[in-house]
Ligand binder design. Structure first.
Ligand code: TMP
Ligand code: ASP
Length: 237
């Protein structure tokens, strides 16, 4: 597989074309970013940890029947993926209140959200990823109704699979963000699933083990990501 041109340089990953038109290489950098790119730091080993963590989760999701863009791990920091036509929206499910929903709706951090909520955000840093609804997607052409319906169903299916998986490691899946795209007309999970895009708490102590450690300057960011992975059986060697 020949790596060619960088086509996207995101906040934590870069994406490259390859000699196969329907395959891309995702390179997980050591960069960690929060608050729409206003806080950025390089954290040693983070690219490797997130790359391997993401591969493990994507394989679990595929096995459970969620179509993903994951093809295979290529190196410590690189993964081969299917080239999707991405929808510019973010799908968020919340099982426990934390983060923006607490500020927006005045709910207390840590309360159970029953049933879990589903929210859509527009992927746009300049506008600080504003919350949108399905009508906005249709009216402005960001996504088609049938594709949103499937993305929503898949996002909830991911919740069923991953809530259970994290429980096996004594962790609570508080919330998470997914991005979807189209591959041959099919809605497929793209981007990544790592502790950068979700909240995970220890079930007993409720210690934060995700990117909130970076956002809130709690320290041990990559160390915590590794603890999460190891509790699930991810091999980082
Ligand atoms: P929020 O509380 O900031 O709305 O985020 C909810 C979850 O989704 C949290 O786990 C972080 C994740 N998320 C991202 O990773 N990137 C984003 O741009 C957004 C809006 C959320
Ligand atoms: N909004 C998310 C965060 O605060 C993503 C980002 O801005 O990088 O981390």
């Amino acid at each position: 597989m020949e790596k060619r041109q960088e086509i996207i340089s995101g906040k934590a990953k870069s994406v490259y074309t390859t000699d196969e038109p329907n395959r891309l290489i995702m390179f997980f950098r050591d960069d960690t970013s929060a608050f729409d790119g206003r806080k950025v730091e390089q954290l040693d080993r983070k690219g490797m940890v997130n790359n391997k963590f993401n591969a493990f989760i994507m394989e679990q999701l595929e096995a459970a029947g969620v179509p993903t863009h994951f093809d295979k791990l290529l190196s410590e920091q690189e993964t081969l993926v299917k080239r999707l036509d991405m929808m510019p929206i973010e799908c968020v499910v919340r099982n426990i209140a934390a983060g923006s929903i607490c500020k927006r709706l005045g709910v207390k951090e840590g309360i159970d959200i029953i049933p879990p909520t589903f929210e859509l955000f527009l992927k746009n840093d300049e506008l600080h990823d504003p919350m949108i609804n399905e009508y906005h997607c249709l009216s402005f052409g960001w996504a088609k109704e049938e594709h949103i319906t499937i993305a929503k169903q898949l996002t909830f299916k991911v919740n069923d699979v991953l809530k259970e998986l994290f429980l096996t490691g004594n962790m609570l899946l508080v919330d998470y963000k997914l991005e979807f795209g189209l591959y041959d007309g099919e809605v497929v999970l793209g981007d990544e699933f790592t502790p950068d895009g979700c909240r995970l708490w220890d079930k007993d102590t409720r210690e934060k083990l995700d990117k909130d450690r970076f956002r809130q300057d709690l320290g041990d960011v990559v160390e915590s990501y590794e603890v999460v992975g190891k509790r699930l059986g991810v091999n980082f060697d």
